[in-house]
Design a protein around this ligand. Structure first.
Ligand SMILES: CC(C)(COP(=O)(O)OP(=O)(O)OC[C@H]1O[C@@H](n2cnc3c(N)ncnc32)[C@H](O)[C@@H]1OP(=O)(O)O)[C@@H](O)C(=O)NCCC(=O)NCCS
Length: 227
């Protein structure tokens, strides 16, 4: 019998999407009064401190590269923050780079300071961000959450995002590769869009490797991974 890890794809996280041109957007309420705003390089010192960085260099580099940051202040304290990218962004944990189409944005590296967690600041921040992006004419927003990050997933659901695909680690012949497994009911075209956005030039090669692996598994009566 094969070890379970070779049969069951490992679930790393989930990719979610929110279409901004559809109906009304939800704006989850926080449990405490908060003032949201978009900040620029002038806010780098306090932002770096909130992010637990020793100096603002990385934050300044992000702003210089055209990335955006939104924050929420509670009684004058920066309590929650979240970054937004256009064009492309590295999904660090997965070592993948998401390439966004024009009119799309990707929300990442969000955090609420430990003393302010559980106050629904994160879903309220997401709501503020997506409303701001829609006002600018953006069409679609992507966000990811690790499989074990329930607080993040809760906030994403509250903000109206739809799960598109699970990021799984699957066996393809001799290697294991990250892959996107469409969530139930999601149109295949949307899952394909997400795969191309995430895997870029490797997409066709990985598709071929997976289909070969599938054929081999079927012909040798080995378990086939459910993609
Ligand atoms: C994920 C994160 C941003 C959520 O922020 P938040 O402002 O606390 O979000 P919420 O208030 O909606 O809390 C979400 C859930 O966390 C749990 N929670 C409640 N109190 C908590 C506390 N004191 N500490 C930790 N989690 C708590 C609850 O299950 C809550 O859900 P509920 O409101 O339905 O009870 C925050 O936990 C965090 O900064 N985590 C580390 C960084 C991270 O994982 N970022 C993910 C996005 S990139």
């Amino acid at each position: 019998m094969k070890p379970a890890s070779e049969i069951d794809p490992k679930h790393l996280g989930t990719l979610w999407v929110l279409n901004l041109d559809e109906s009304t957007l939800v704006s989850p309420a926080s449990r405490v009064e908060v003032i949201f705003q978009r900040i620029g390089p002038e806010g780098a010192p306090s932002l770096a401190q909130a992010m637990g960085l020793n100096d603002p260099a990385e934050v300044l580099q992000r702003f210089a590269a055209g990335k955006r940051c939104y924050i929420g202040n509670v009684e004058g304290v920066l309590a929650t923050y979240g970054w937004v990218s256009f064009g492309e962004e590295l999904i660090g944990e997965l070592r993948l780079r998401i390439r966004l189409a024009p009119g799309e944005a990707y929300i990442w590296n969000c955090g609420t300071l430990p003393a302010y967690r559980g106050l629904r600041l994160y879903p309220a921040l997401l709501g503020y961000i997506v409303n701001d992006l829609r006002a600018e004419g953006l069409k679609r927003v992507w966000i990811g959450a690790d499989a074990d990050n329930l607080p993040s997933q809760t906030g994403i659901v509250l903000c109206g995002f739809q799960p598109i695909a699970d990021v799984v680690l699957v066996r393809a012949l001799t290697i294991r590769i990250p892959w996107l497994r469409g969530c139930p009911g999601v149109p295949e075209q949307l899952v394909e869009d997400a795969r191309r956005a995430l895997f870029g030039k490797r997409y066709e090669a990985w598709l071929t490797a997976l289909s070969l692996a599938r054929q081999r598994a079927t012909s040798s009566h080995h378990g086939e991974e459910d993609l």
